[in-house]
Structure formats: structure tokens, C-alpha cells
Design a protein around this ligand. Structure first.
Ligand code: NIG
Ligand code: FE
Length: 428
């Protein structure tokens, strides 16, 4: 006889319960569907969603386990825990001087070519002890959680030597095991060519392919391989070689593509069957068509354009119209976008890329799940899926882009447990 599962957590009186039930991922007009239940309730058993529905009905059919936590949402908004599908959280020093140099007129690439940028973070990370780096990373993860994020994809890419890349990936692994947030690890050894191989890039590519990728796979420290495909970093041919090797070694693919120049990164990502291509400010029309056909998710990072003081944002509306799966992320990193606030990214996506609140919410939940290959597991509040839940101190989900720059999150539930409670009053 099958045992009836008892509820260990019950959330009742939810004003707007945004389940995201329905098409996964959301394409085109589907991005406006929220699967919304007014006056809803959720019952959770352990780390899984048991029931969602009308508040009274959920309460009526749930048998409560002893010590069950009951949360009265008092008319607040509830969404799936947010998913940030593109972050670089393991770094040591911040780079606020570069931010100021950009304000005064220098470009990101000018700063990078003068020895700043990614390579300065590499020099710094190599000198930083594991324990110090771990503590700094943890602080950033705490901030993600406070802003309603329950899963992040986390990249290496500030080591650029076998030893230092493994050090970053070990920290990501340890954080995944010890912090409430889930971290999905990505190897980004092809983020730049490090100082010692500037004149011998081929040697570095050889190390990437024949030493770093095999070691990372052998140690089971990454699920994805990413690369910075960009003029002056790795060109399309080099990227194809490196990413083909990663794919053959068993890693799924992601790309930093067409961020600063149109180089054919979107096309290459589609050609290699990548799970996602990210940035895409300068994607070509062909790239959009190829990505739609290959179902490669476009992870858009408007915080990067914002923080680089750029004028052009990724063509989100065009991608949505052409049937590309669109997700959003912070790109949290010390250089081009230092923020853990995915809700602020929703505001930027609304204002600068003309996404509605519903479209942007699809982009940080169900479509972000597609960007990390987790459809059916996270990003929707449906029976059997992970109980990762964000409770917002607002009456209407449209307040999320509108009331910008403040934290609207009230509580965060991760794996069925209440792990975060914010105390600042934001309700109107
Ligand atoms: O996604 N463009 C490459 N990588 C990061 C920036 C990293 C850095 O500046 O430290 C990005 O924008
Ligand atoms: Fe990035």
C-alpha cells in the first residue's frame, strides 16, 4: 500500500500564486503565461511540492506532518525560486576602479588590453588562499538568496591554470554541498589567454584541450564548458576546437557569444548543440534563426550593458518573435556586472528590452531552468518538483520590475525549508 505523503510545509492565503505550470520552456507568446492561481496555497512534503491550488482546497486535502511549518502569506505574491543561469561568483578583489575608468570614457576592452579586466582578477585569484576565496564567495551566495534566487550556474574562469581552475571548481562544489543555494558548475578555462601564454596562445589551447578539460571531467567538477568567443579573445575556429573537445569529453556547452562584436558566436553555439549562448547583444539575424532551430537558450544579461555604460541591449523582442527561448541573468562578476540582484535585472529587461513583467518572470524561472538543463525539476511550482519558493512582500507581480532597486523579497524556501527571512517592509 502506498503511504500518503504528509505536508511538512504549508503556505496559505497567497494573493497571486505564480506556478509557471504549462509549456516548458516558454516560447513566443507562451512567455506571458504565468499559471497564476489567485488565493492559492502550496503543500510541500520534504523537499518536493505536494499540491498547488486554491488555498482552501490545498489545506483541505493536506494531512499535516507533526511539526509542519505553516506560513500565512497574507495576500502576498509567490513565485518559483529564481534561477540565475550565468554567474562568476568565485573571485577575490572587486574592480571598482575600472567601473570609474569606464565612466570617464575608457572601454571594457581598452582596460582589458592594458592588463586590467579578467587577467587582473586571474593574478589576484591565484594569490588568494582557498579559505579566503570561499568566504568571499559565500557572502555573494547569501546575497543571491536574499534576492529570491535559489539556484545559480557558477563558472570558474579566473584561474586559467589547471591548479587554479580546479581550486575555483572545488569551491563551487563545497558551496553547493554546504550553502542552501544550489550551484551548477561550469568550467570556463577559455575565459581569456593568461599572461604567461599571451605570445603562445596555441600552447594554452593545447593545455585546455589535453590537460584541463580531461582533469575537470575526471574529477567530475563541471557539468558545462563555457568560452569567451569574442574578437581578441577566442575566435570562432578556436572556440569550435575547444568546445568540440569539451563536448567529446562529456560536458554540455555554453558560450559567451556576440557580447561586444558580431562574431558568429550564436551560430557556432547552435551548430554545436549548446544548451545556451549568452550575452548576444550583437547577434546576427542568421544567429537568431539558428538558435531558434537548435533550441539553444539565449541568456540575456542587460546588467552587463548597463554596467558597461553601453547603449545597445540584446534584441530580446526580435528573439522572442523568432521563437528563441529567452532567459535572463545577472552575469554577476567583478568586471562587467557586479550585482546579485536578479530582480533589478528584471527591471532593466522591462525598461531596456521591453519585456513585460510576465515575460521577465518566465525568463528567470522556467526558461532559466532550460538554460541549466533542469526543465521538470526546478523553475515551476508543480507536484513532484523541487520545493524552491520565493515569497514577495507585494500584492501584484507587476510590482517586481516597477519598484526597482529595493528588495521586495520577504521569505525564501529552499528544498522545502524556510532558509531566508528579510525584515525590511516594502509592501505599499
Ligand atoms: O560575462 N565577457 C566575459 N566575461 C565576463 C566578464 C568578466 C570580467 O570582466 O571579469 C562577462 O561579461
Ligand atoms: Fe559572463
Amino acid at each position: 500500500m502506498t503511504q500518503v505523503k504528509k505536508a511538512t510545509l504549508l503556505i496559505k492565503n497567497i494573493g497571486q500564486l505564480i506556478t509557471m505550470e504549462g509549456p516548458a520552456p516558454r516560447i513566443g507568446k507562451e512567455m506571458s503565461e504565468l499559471g497564476m492561481i489567485e488565493n492559492g496555497g502550496i503543500a510541500v512534503a520534504g523537499d518536493e511540492i505536494l499540491f498547488v491550488g486554491d488555498s482552501d482546497k490545498v489545506q483541505g486535502k493536506s494531512e499535516l506532518a507533526e511539526g509542519c511549518t505553516v506560513i500565512d502569506a497574507k495576500g502576498m505574491v509567490v513565485t518559483p525560486g529564481l534561477i540565475d543561469p550565468h554567474t562568476h561568483p568565485v573571485f577575490s578583489k572587486t574592480r571598482e576602479k575600472e567601473f570609474e575608468m569606464r565612466i570617464l570614457g575608457k572601454s571594457y576592452m581598452e582596460i582589458a588590453n592594458a592588463g586590467g579586466g579578467i587577467r587582473s582578477s586571474v593574478r589576484d585569484l591565484r594569490e588568494t588562499e582557498y579559505s579566503v576565496l570561499k568566504e568571499k564567495t559565500k557572502t555573494r551566495l547569501d546575497r543571491f538568496l536574499a534576492y529570491g534566487v535559489t539556484t545559480i550556474e557558477a563558472k570558474s574562469g579566473y584561474g586559467l591554470s589547471t591548479e587554479s581552475e580546479l581550486k575555483q571548481l572545488e569551491i563551487i562544489k563545497e558551496m553547493n554541498e554546504t550553502h542552501p543555494l544550489d550551484l551548477i558548475p561550469t568550467f570556463l578555462g577559455a575565459h581569456e589567454t593568461p599572461d604567461e601564454y599571451r605570445e603562445e596562445k596555441e600552447k594554452y589551447i593545447d593545455i585546455l584541450i589535453n590537460e584541463m578539460i580531461p582533469k575537470v571531467v575526471e574529477a567530475n567538477l563541471a557539468e558545462f564548458s563555457d568560452i569567451f568567443t569574442e574578437a581578441g579573445v577566442f575566435n570562432v575556429d578556436e572556440s569550435r576546437r575547444i568546445q568540440t573537445a569539451a563536448k567529446n569529453a562529456g560536458l554540455k556547452l555554453k558560450f559567451h557569444a556576440d557580447e561586444l562584436n558580431s562574431v558568429g558566436g550564436g551560430e557556432l553555439a547552435a551548430e554545436l548543440g549548446a544548451i545556451s549562448a549568452d550575452h548576444l547583444v550583437y547577434i546576427s539575424d542568421q544567429g537568431i534563426k539558428d538558435m531558434a532551430k537548435a533550441k539553444t537558450v539565449a541568456v540575456l544579461l542587460p546588467g552587463t550593458t548597463f554596467s558597461l555604460a553601453g547603449k545597445q541591449y540584446a534584441p530580446a523582442r526580435k528573439m522572442i518573435e523568432e521563437g528563441v527561448v529567452v532567459a535572463l541573468s545577472t552575469d554577476c562578476n567583478p568586471g562587467s556586472s557586479y550585482s546579485e540582484s536578479l530582480p533589478f535585472i528584471i527591471s532593466l529587461a522591462a525598461l531596456q528590452m521591453k519585456l513585460t513583467a510576465a515575460e521577465a518572470l518566465s525568463a528567470v524561472t522556467v526558461n532559466a531552468a532550460a538554460a541549466v538543463d533542469r526543465i521538470g525539476k526546478i523553475g515551476q511550482l508543480c507536484p513532484g518538483m523541487k520545493a524552491d519558493i520565493t515569497i514577495w512582500n507585494i500584492n501584484n507581480y507587476q510590482e517586481i520590475p516597477y519598484h526597482y532597486g529595493v528588495n521586495l523579497v520577504s521569505k525564501v524556501v529552499k528544498n522545502g525549508k524556510l532558509v531566508k527571512q528579510n525584515y525590511i517592509e516594502t509592501k505599499n
